[in-house]
Design a binder for this molecule. Structure first.
Ligand code: FAD
Length: 426
């Protein structure tokens, strides 16, 4: 019997890899002409960029392990460095969250924070960190309420917590789940120095994993069909028996993993069962091409008090290329691409005067449904892998796993779903 996998994003690919590693035959179908889903290659002139700048961290254990299991040298494909984040603001001096110092972790963090924002900032951050256990045992609240409860000063909210919340949960602090932020802080800052390392891909996302994954799956006898959309599931007596594709072909199987977004899954599942539909929020990336040789002081820098939130130096991939990220909904959505490029260039020059006033070229990619929103109580609403329909399983980043929408969450869910399904088949 061949296991059918719907969706060739990072989650579906991880599911397919796990199935073939367990000796199962798989057929993955992907509606787009390329693999990768929300983390894929996009052409820009002669260059290849990402559909949006992604950042990974050392705590992405399963992502790194799955990559290594298919022969990817994870030391070569990322620019990995110890955490060193400086957030520049229009009103305050730069705030530094960094593990670089002649002190052991986490004293190094405290040292750099104290040097940039004062000893009281260290006390406040420690206060929030020590409240993580408590907040996780109580009913979920919004991140803003949690910051109020722990009496975080305005500067830290603006220059640290808000940027971190937007970057990790893609949800404004007034709506974001304190539980999920607490888990992210616990698993990134609370698990030792290497978990907090930042990993910036040094090649386009599609080359980084999806293409390598496809090669591996096919070498192991798996089949991949691009440009093939699952249109309907075939269900008889509460058991899945196959699916129908866009061109009317029927693929028979009594084991199917649907590894798409919540709303795409709902389109397939709604005749048979209900899936909670979370709100979906956008992420916008503004690519700026400067003259070769223009570089930032660090691979990534935070920006606050501006529409721009983070700037990444992608010179390792293309000399002079910068990617500016704007997470969640906001004023930028109303701007034309030209207005946004001009505004972002101005902000970059304002906070980093060494950067030219204008870029040679700009390119805007708006991913309108980039991630599910991590709103209060979202954890209670996420579905589990196994459904009430026999043989029908769910993967994708939105399935319950205590993580926000991330590549790590997508890979974990693909892997866990496939393992549980194969165990069930046996
Ligand atoms: C701009 C942007 C920035 C991001 N930044 C980060 C970051 O910095 N760090 C991080 O960890 N994560 C980040 N993410 C989130 C991360 O990309 C996602 O969590 C992850 O890619 C989700 O993978 P997935 O496989 O679950 O879903 P998807 O990638 O959405 O894959 C689903 C696939 O299913 C296909 N499909 C849908 N319907 C059908 C159908 N009926 N038949 C066949 N195929 C179908 C789709 O075409 C798609 O390829 C970002 C996302 C975006 C968009």
């Amino acid at each position: 019997m061949t296991i059918l996998i719907v969706g060739g994003g990072w989650s579906g690919l991880a599911a397919a890899i796990t199935c073939v590693q367990q000796g199962q035959a798989v057929h993955l179908i992907e509606s787009a002409k390329q693999l990768g889903g929300r983390a894929r290659n996009v052409p820009w002139g002669d260059d290849t960029i990402d559909n949006g700048q992604h950042l990974m961290i050392g705590a992405y254990e399963r992502m790194l392990a799955v990559m290594q299991s298919i022969g990817i040298d994870t030391t070569a494909v990322f620019q990995r460095q110890a955490m060193d984040l400086t957030i520049h603001d229009t009103e305050y001096s730069p705030l530094r969250l960094s593990s670089k110092a002649y002190l052991p972790w986490p004293l190094s963090l405290a040292w750099n924070l104290a040097s940039s924002a004062g000893i009281s900032a260290v006390r406040q951050v420690a206060k929030l960190q020590s409240d993580i256990k408590r907040v996780l045992t109580e009913e979920d609240i919004s991140v803003s309420d949690w910051l109020l409860l722990t009496k975080q000063p305005q500067r830290l909210v603006r220059q640290l917590w808000e940027p971190l919340c937007l970057a990790t949960l893609n949800t404004p602090i007034a709506e974001a789940s304190a539980h999920l932020l607490a888990i992210v802080l616990r698993d990134s800052l609370g698990k030792g120095k290497s978990a907090a390392d930042t990993l910036i891909p040094s090649q386009p996302l599609g080359d980084l994993f999806p293409q390598m994954a496809a090669k591996y799956i096919q070498q192991q006898g798996g089949k991949i069909s691009l440009g093939t959309r699952a249109k309907a599931l075939l269900v008889e007596d509460e058991k899945v028996t196959g699916l129908v594709t866009d061109d009317g072909s029927q693929l028979a199987s009594d084991a199917i993993i649907v590894a798409t977004t919540a709303s795409q899954s709902d389109a397939l599942l709604s005749p048979h069962m209900k899936v909670h539909l979370p709100i979906e929020y956008p992420i916008c990336t503004v690519y700026l091409q400067y003259a070769a040789g223009i570089r930032l002081k660090a691979p990534m820098l935070g920006m606050s008090g501006t529409i721009s939130q983070w700037i990444f130096d992608r010179s390792e991939q293309t000399p002079g290329l910068m990617a500016v990220v704007i997470s969640a909904p906001g004023r930028h959505e109303k701007m034309t691409k030209k207005e946004l490029i001009s505004c972002v260039c101005k902000e970059v020059h304002q906070l980093f005067p060494v950067m030219p006033k204008q870029a040679e070229q700009g390119f805007v990619i708006r991913e309108k449904r980039a991630t599910f929103a991590c709103t209060v109580d979202i954890e209670k609403q996420r579905p589990s892998h196994q459904t009430d329909i026999a043989g029908l399983w769910l993967a994708g980043d939105y399935v319950a796993n205590n993580y926000p929408a991330t590549l790590e969450g997508a890979i974990r869910n693909g892997e866990n779903c496939a393992k549980r399904m194969v165990a069930d088949l046996k």
